[in-house]
Design a protein around this ligand. Structure first.
Ligand code: PLP
Length: 353
């Protein structure tokens, strides 16, 4: 536990808040460096190759953020006037500052469905008729795990059914896999088995994997080569970025297997919170809890933002992502004892001493 030693609070706002471990710092400090824009950054190249091999894709591109990786996928797959099909609660709609419209001139058709999931029928129904009036349906974006869906996991069967539908209509299939290794860990599939059904994928190393910065875009070499140009255009060409890639590479080698601990801690948190009178915990989709817990405090407590503020004052940081709903995320800088303390602090709100 090396986070927030300064204020001693338990930070469950996101799995992005982790600090590099000593071993990760060592990997960063000893990484051989070059200049990635000039094309000779050995640590970036080694990382890109390692991720591509792990996921079974031809090539990978290191990006400063998951948002950039997703937006590069859209920029590479679509033309202005095209339409993307995605769940209405998806990250590309809620949290990428209108990027699809601003950067690629695209519309997004939002699909309904529980926990960020939808069925093949919904994909078929969203396809536009080929007609001079209509935008062109061009891309399907699936988020796995689904953030606003409570860390929900796409099963192979469900994913295959929607990608089959997408193929019928010649859509580019992109997976926003910011927390893809959490999904693979929880569902028990091989990353490459799932990735084989996609054209492109993004994966964040700055989330549960514990790197300070960095994501990757994965796909066919031709697509990635073109994306490298768009990355430069967006200001994402980096120089001695091997320092950051080394952190991601360390995380790929050492922090994937331990994601199951975060999931166990999320179950512990959800179970503890569920026992508190006045707290409603969202159930995990398909019974698979990953590292995200959404809960709803009794409205009599003053709404989610007010509750989040009171918790922060007492030493637990969480995010009120909706007026009535709070999100807590477990990660490698919190352990079981922290979770137990967090539960006690929430219980203290319900039963003031
Ligand atoms: C965090 C996240 C991203 C990328 O976020 P960045 O902060 O830009 O790295 C993309 N998709 C999902 C589902 C996420 O949770």
């Amino acid at each position: 536990m090396n986070i927030n030693e300064s204020n001693n609070s338990i930070d469950l706002r996101s799995d992005t808040v982790t600090r590099p471990t000593d071993a990760m710092w060592d990997a960063m400090r000893s990484a051989p460096l070059g200049d990635d824009v000039l094309g000779d950054e050995p640590s970036v190249q080694a990382f890109e190759e390692a991720v591509a091999a792990k996921v079974g894709k031809e090539a990978a591109l290191f990006t400063p953020s998951g948002t950039m990786a997703n937006q590069l996928a859209i920029r590479g797959a679509c033309e202005a006037g095209d339409e993307i099909i995605a769940h209405r609660e998806s990250h590309i709609i809620h949290y990428e500052t209108g990027g699809p419209a601003a950067l690629s001139g695209c519309m997004v058709a939002g699909l309904d469905g529980d926990a960020g999931m939808f069925a093949a029928d919904a994909v078929h129904a969203a396809i536009r008729h080929r007609d001079i009036h209509a935008p062109r349906s061009r891309m399907l974006v699936v988020e796995n795990t689904h953030n606003r869906g409570g860390g929900s996991v796409w099963s192979m069967e469900r994913f295959r059914s929607v990608t089959d539908a997408a193929r019928e209509h010649h859509l580019h299939v992109h997976v926003d896999g910011a927390r893809f290794f959490n999904a693979a860990t929880a569902a028990g599939y091989e990353p490459s088995e799932f990735a084989a059904l996609t054209d492109t994928m993004s994966i964040c190393f700055s989330k549960g994997l514990g790197a300070p910065v960095g994501s990757v875009l994965l796909g066919p070499r031709k697509f990635i080569d073109r994306s490298r140009r768009f990355r430069k255009m967006l200001g994402g060409g980096m120089r001695q970025s091997g320092i950051l890639a080394a952190a991601g590479h360390y995380a790929l080698d050492h922090h994937v297997a331990r994601l199951a601990e975060d999931h166990a801690n999320a179950v512990r948190l959800a179970d503890g919170l569920a026992k508190i009178h006045g707290i409603d915990v969202d159930s995990p989709f398909d019974g698979l809890r990953t590292n995200i817990v959404f809960f709803r405090p009794d409205p009599a407590w003053g709404g989610a933002p007010a509750v989040a503020e009171q918790l922060s004052a007492r030493g637990v940081k969480v995010l009120a992502l909706d007026p009535d709903r709070i999100r807590a995320i477990t990660h490698l800088d919190v352990d079981g004892a922290d979770i137990d303390r967090a539960i006690e602090i929430v219980a203290g709100l319900a039963h003031p001493a």
